[in-house]
Design a binder for this molecule. Sequence first.
Ligand code: AQP
Length: 334
Amino acid sequence: MTKNRILSGVQPSGDLHLGNYLGAIKNFVSLQKDYECFFCVVDLHAITVWQDPKELAQKTREVTAAFIASGIDPNENILFAQSQVPQHSQLAWIFNCVARMGWLNRMTQFKDKAGKDRENVSVGLFSYPNLMAADILIYLATHVPVGEDQKQHLELTRDIAQKFNNDFSTDLFPIPEPLIFGEATRVMSLRDGTKKMSKSDPSDYSRIMLSDNIDSIVQKIKKAKTDPHPLPATKEEAEKRPEALNLITIFAALSDQSTDTVLEQYSGKEFSLFKKDLADLAAEKLQPISKEVTKLMSDQDYLDQIMKTGKDKAIAVAEPVLTKVYDIVGFANT
Ligand code: AQP
């Protein structure tokens, strides 16, 4: 039986944080055995906001290194940079003509990122979900592991696939399923339990980076916002305390336990004790990844070779799909 196919991506727009790891990369690692996987460093998405050209290629290598350091096997999976496979952008243009303005106007991530500066943000930031749909559908991917924040974009991908299939009376595109799982599908800021942990938060103390050393991890967790009460007894109780819930779910995800099991262990205990254990756990899990990233980054030829092989394999799959799409749309084949 052929395996179902996964596509997922991570932007090289800044250093990776615990949200990227627990919401996405850790799940990629656990899925790689059961799926044919395409993992992509989405540099075209990254430039929807300004990226320093002197740093972008290096950051792309860093994300590739983080994939490998986290446990993704570069020989069994296809790792590549999005910009190097032109079929993504070619299909995205067609999807720009399939998706409706009204659909994109509903995207909450655009509203959050553009904020009050809507007139001044790039057109790419607005049409980003169409490119994401192309990233997925150019490989006819059936499943997409993402964090909770990408759920709405994936629904849009499904709408685009469906509309394309209907408009052109075809069944070319599968309707891809999101894979959103684990105890930390939406890791929140350490400074504000109602805001997503993100690369662009101005406060360094809002997030734990994969590259943080032990001291930074300890300091950030120590300073993480909590409330004056001891740890709650149940998940329902924790849900009323967003900062507490965030730290508990991070602990659960890092230790591969359920939130309920963590609560059984720590219910009624002080946060000072819990935070110490959480810092130890985070350091134990993240330090090996960070060390491996540093090691891999010292061998750029190796990383470039992985991405080159990945690019060739990706193009071999994407090219015939694009040819079919061009035929279906009716472009002259000259
Ligand atoms: N806080 C999060 N919790 C769980 N999952 C998360 N992801 C991102 N943040 C969290 C997941 O990580 C994958 C890659 O995300 P991305 O590179 O597209 O980054 P992003 O969503 O743009 O991340 P940031 O950090 O929030 O960047 P900015 O600050 O630029 O917006 C995705 O699967 C995503 O769901």
